[in-house]
Design a protein around this ligand. Sequence first.
Ligand SMILES: NC(=O)c1ccc[n+]([C@@H]2O[C@H](COP(=O)([O-])OP(=O)(O)OC[C@H]3O[C@@H](n4cnc5c(N)ncnc54)[C@H](OP(=O)(O)O)[C@@H]3O)[C@@H](O)[C@H]2O)c1
Length: 292
Amino acid sequence: MRVMVTGAPGLLGMEMADLFERQGHEVIRLNGHKQLDLRERKPVLRFVEEVRPDVIVHTAAIKNVDEAEKDPQGTYLTNTTATANVAMAASNVGAKMVYISTDAVFDGEKNSPYVESDPTGPINVYGASKLAGEQRVKELCERHFIVRTGLLFGLKGRPETNMALNLLNRWRKGERVPAAVNQACSNTYTLDLARAVEIMTDTECYGTYHICNKGQASRYEFYTRLCTLAGYSAELVELAQAAAIRVARRHKNTEMSCALYERTFNDEMSDWQDAAARFIQEYKREYLHEED
Ligand SMILES: NC(=O)c1ccc[n+]([C@@H]2O[C@H](COP(=O)([O-])OP(=O)(O)OC[C@H]3O[C@@H](n4cnc5c(N)ncnc54)[C@H](OP(=O)(O)O)[C@@H]3O)[C@@H](O)[C@H]2O)c1
């Protein structure tokens, strides 16, 4: 397949592009707005018309929830308008489109894992702009997969905006990091998500799916697990309340069920603890050059 990946220098985009390439697909990487600004419709339509991909994996977005809150207009332009442009371009050439969405489309008040049919109800600009992106994809591109996922961790992307790498660097220097105890979700390893998306794009089972590692953890629990797996003291993670360390409103708990994905594609997602352990192993190999 010829696969076009938007946001290819990003945390998830790079993981996706690398994985599709390893699987023997031809990959066209879109390297950010300086190469092709997805907010501009005509150049996007023209580019996709020339490249004619079989699949477009659209990861490009503004993901910083606090920045999004401060600039709603710019955020909608990137997360909604650019997504509509990509969806239109995909439809014009008959490509399948994967739109990476988020658990932030929900309100976080449910007491059990969110399923795809649950009502949405974003509580911040980021979630609302991504939900509007979902709606545009449904309207504009018939052959779509909408993939909602939780907080992502992985080794790829730009180091300065890679949350997990930044945490590990701070702990390595002995810095204490605050982590919210009242903000939980299905934390997800980018490698597991990329693998699942590759499986999905080989089918015609279009629709909306939750793809995440199983279970839920608060930021405090998740950071503590990463910190101790990496060999640092749990005391480097400080218990905090989300409101004390964030600008935008945060969700209490957005745990999602990935059962529909598992049933439809006959695949199993691992739990977040297992994924975190594999991530730290990979980190130690790549960054600390330690063997298992
Ligand atoms: N990270 C998470 O925890 C998380 C959780 C749930 C869902 N998601 C979703 O997963 C996707 C990937 O997130 P990520 O963490 O990989 O993001 P990321 O590391 O910030 O990468 C985003 C990429 O999008 C590109 N981009 C932004 N605006 C663009 C534009 N106008 N035109 C072209 N490219 C543009 C950026 O490049 P330039 O800045 O150079 O333009 C960057 O390469 C997003 O859709 C996000 O909403 C993320």
